[in-house]
Write a protein that binds this ligand. Structure first.
Ligand code: PGA
Length: 249
């Protein structure tokens, strides 16, 4: 019912030359994938990536979007700019943005609204830090982040939104949440969505990915879990073979 979605998050990696090499290798490897396949690439690579994946089953994503339509925001990129380049998905509220660039629950919500207003599909990242986990705050953090991110977002938009549960301590560290733990934690997010909207909305409309050191070795176990609808893949999305193996889990 919820189609699996595997998205690569390239972060600040690959020049245009690297983009061409990686996508040229990736396209044939994932062409029969059952999952929806997305690559979220740096702004400077969007145009080149868009050209390369035209006519394939790979969809184009960006890694952030500003909340204003336009104006005096030096260095920022608007939703219209992304739409013009054929971008379909956009990551919002990644923990690296929250940690290093002052992203808050409020700015996440503002970006989600701006993206949806222009027809972009947000991939909203939530997740606890190690400190929060050790302090027994996982549920508090996830309920807060989810509730704030979805403030004033209409139920009719839920099919256009993906949530990525990414425990901060598992990102780029090689430490993965166990499949059972990821599943149970995602259930907390799904319950929160049921409370915010409705049970059917949570069960059938919104997809929730796991992210954090997901790779060819652990993908099938994670994807076998009933709550996990896909993955947001960092490191392993930078190698065509690895990413294709995650996509085909
Ligand atoms: P990772 O990154 O797969 O390298 O842990 C995931 C992410 O940050 O989205």
């Amino acid at each position: 019912m919820r189609q699996p979605i595997i998205a690569g998050n390239w972060k600040m990696n690959n020049t245009i030359a690297g983009t061409k090499a990686l996508l040229t290798d990736l396209i044939p490897l994932v062409k029969d994938a059952k999952a929806e396949v997305v690559v979220c690439v740096p702004y400077t690579n969007i145009a080149a990536a868009g050209e390369l994946i035209k006519g394939t089953n790979i969809k184009l994503g960006a890694e952030n979007v500003h909340w204003a339509e336009k104006g005096a925001f030096t260095g920022e990129i608007s939703a219209d700019m992304l739409v013009e380049l054929g971008v379909e998905y956009v990551i919002i509220g990644h923990s690296e943005r929250r940690q290093y660039f002052g992203e808050t629950d409020q700015t996440v919500n503002a970006r989600v609204k701006a993206a949806l207003a222009k027809g972009l599909k947000p991939i909203i990242c939530v997740g606890e830090t190690l400190e929060e986990r050790e302090g027994g705050l996982v549920k508090d953090v996830l309920v807060r982040q989810t509730t704030e991110a979805f403030k004033d977002i209409d139920k009719s938009q839920l099919e256009n939104i993906v949530i990525a549960y990414e425990p901060v301590w598992a990102i780029g560290t090689g430490k993965t949440a166990t499949a059972q733990d990821a599943n149970d934690t995602i259930a907390i997010i799904r319950d929160t969505m049921a409370n915010l909207y409705c049970k059917d909305c949570a069960e059938n409309k919104v997809r929730i990915q796991y992210g954090g050191s997901m790779n060819p070795k652990n993908a099938s176990e994670l994807m076998a879990m009933p709550q996990i609808d896909g993955g947001l893949i960092g490191g392993a999305s930078l190698k065509a073979v690895d990413f294709s193996q995650v996509v085909k889990y």
